[in-house]
Design a protein around this ligand. Structure first.
Ligand code: AMP
Length: 200
């Protein structure tokens, strides 16, 4: 095996999965430094583009404002572009992507083309009531319009239930799906994740 292939075989590529408010972004920032990974949050990328009024940002804004998912093609292109910019990484944390079955298939195909693959999908789990409270709390300081209005939050949960939840079976079929209790202190949850990743 050449050095090139060996490097990709040793990569850790994690999908952080869970409903809005599950703690994906918070935990990604700890795992990123623990394992020296590149953290890609599609939500953060969209918000960055919206703030900078790029063409992509102008397109994405109305979807984010309503709590709807941005169309797959736009999201997949943005994600692939970001991975391509970081091919020297030790691995990636995908946070908030994939969120539909066609995004998951596109990601698998894209990674396969680079001799890379998802190592595991780690799902942070907590009840809806807890998540809604966390989002409302976050909305007070984040300034995110989609966190400040309960009907927008509900819409994001509906998008999750209809479009994202089927990915649980998608990754179970690949034996890559792991549930993690997402209730507890931030540190406790990070430790649960680390324990799992160390066993991969
Ligand atoms: P997040 O920061 O992950 O909660 O995402 C905020 C918003 O960005 C979502 O409600 C969607 O409008 C959009 N978004 C983020 N990731 C995706 C994705 N993978 N597919 C479609 N839309 C996304």
């Amino acid at each position: 095996m050449g050095i090139f292939n060996k490097k990709f075989a040793e990569m850790i590529n994690i999908v952080l999965f869970g409903k809005p408010g599950a703690g994906k972004g918070t935990q990604a920032s700890f795992l990123k430094s623990q394992y020296d990974l590149v953290h890609i949050s599609t939500g953060d990328l969209f918000r960055f583009n919206i703030k900078n009024k790029t063409e992509l940002g102008i397109l994405a804004k109305s979807y984010l404002d309503k709590g709807d998912l941005v169309p797959d093609r736009v999201t997949i292109d943005m994600l692939e572009n970001e991975v391509d910019k970081n091919l020297d990484a030790k691995g990636f944390i995908f946070d908030g992507f994939p969120r539909t079955e066609s995004q998951a298939e596109a990601l698998d195909n894209f990674l396969e083309g680079k001799l890379m693959k998802i190592s595991a999908t780690l799902s942070l789990e907590a009840e809806d009531g807890i998540l809604i409270n966390r989002l409302i709390e976050r909305g007070k300081s984040s300034g995110r319009v989609d966190d400040q209005d309960e009907s927008k939050i509900k819409n994001r949960f509906e998008e999750y239930n209809h479009k994202t939840a089927p990915l649980i079976n998608y990754y179970k079929r690949q034996n890559k799906f792991h549930s993690i209790n997402g209730i507890g202190s931030i540190k406790e949850i990070t430790e649960r994740l680390i324990q799992l990743i160390d066993q991969l």
